[in-house]
Ligand binder design. Structure first.
Ligand SMILES: Cc1cc2nc3c(=O)[nH]c(=O)nc-3n(C[C@H](O)[C@H](O)[C@H](O)COP(=O)(O)OP(=O)(O)OC[C@H]3O[C@@H](n4cnc5c(N)ncnc54)[C@H](O)[C@@H]3O)c2cc1C
Length: 274
């Protein structure tokens, strides 16, 4: 058995050395994994810096220039195109998509980074419209979007190793004392209330896209304290609950509850309306 941390460290070292990874597995069987690490094209990125003659050879005039063809740049380009705006999009790489790019092999297409989109909130009109445009939403029934199943995937079923047992789901349950369980239930109930809470401007406290969230100063003030401080201020002291919320912050933001603002932490739990 090899730990995940050790596996990743060894994979990176092996790939960096240009050879195939010849061990790994939760069982003893030997597997060979080939591949390379992915990153920005440094050679292309440095080309301008290394040019001896940096005078432009050609000048192009455009009303708008988008730098970078990741999903943000592509979204901007889509809107500008719809509005017949004169624009150009500059991309460093030989392909667009940025962190949401993909490749394909003989078996299938596969993502290089971002690839999931949670089911859209019903007031996220621009996203719903886009999904309709690309055929992911086929039609509406009783006001609810119907999705082309080809593009849907199940929620990942995660398991947690806790108190020397595997349990279903990430929220600690097995062997968790009842006082901790009560806190977990209270926390989830609070998140449900936050999910439906409106600010004084009648906007959801937390929404997707972030810009659609309420600007109520009382809610925005949550950005001034950490998620960790918020948990303690609300008497959420359970180590199990704190582990779970910390895991979620690490998963989504790459940082702990101590470094995630309470606003961002609550947004994680309350912005998806389901
Ligand atoms: C492993 C991983 C998994 C993720 N999974 C998900 C997910 O499932 N769902 C989700 O919603 N989000 C996910 N995310 C987050 C998501 O990937 C990003 O939020 C999103 O792709 C960022 O898009 P962007 O356009 O802002 O930036 P980027 O995708 O980084 O795009 C920037 C673009 O600019 C180009 N560029 C850079 N410098 C220059 C230059 N000088 N000139 C021209 N072009 C330049 C780059 O080549 C790139 O194409 C994930 C992130 C990671 C790292």
């Amino acid at each position: 058995m090899i730990s995940r941390r050790k596996f990743i460290a060894q994979s990176l070292a092996t790939v960096a050395a240009g050879s195939a990874l010849t061990h790994l597995s939760s069982c003893d069987e030997k597997k060979i994994i080939t591949g390379s690490t992915n990153g920005p094209n440094a050679a292309l990125g440095h080309r301008l810096r290394n040019l001896t003659d940096q005078h432009p050879r050609k000048q192009i005039k455009k009303d708008v220039v988008i730098v970078g063809g990741g999903i943000a740049g592509l979204s901007a380009a889509r809107i500008l195109k719809k509005n017949n705006t004169d624009f150009t999009l500059l991309e460093l790489e030989h392909h667009v998509g940025g962190n949401s790019s993909f490749r394909s092999n003989a078996l299938s297409a596969y993502p290089l980074g971002a690839h999931y989109l949670p089911l859209p909130n019903l007031d996220n009109h621009s996203l719903l419209e886009f999904l309709e445009e690309v055929g992911v939403i086929t039609h509406y029934e009783k006001g609810l979007p119907q999705f082309y199943e080809h593009y849907l995937c199940f929620d990942p079923k995660e398991r947690l190793y806790i108190n020397e047992h595997w349990q279903e789901g990430l929220i600690p349950q097995d062997g968790v004392p009842s006082s901790d369980q009560q806190q977990i239930v209270r926390f989830l109930e609070q998140m449900e209330r936050w999910r439906n809470k409106l600010g004084r401007d009648q906007k959801y406290a937390f929404n997707i896209p972030v810009a659609e969230s309420s600007s109520d100063p009382e809610i925005l003030a949550l950005d001034q304290i950490s998620m960790d401080a918020w948990l303690h201020a609300n008497l959420f002291t359970s180590t199990y609950l704190n582990w779970y919320v910390n895991y979620c912050c690490l998963d989504d933001f790459g940082i702990s509850t101590q470094h995630t603002s309470a606003w961002a932490g609550l947004h994680y739990f309350a912005s998806r309306k389901g």
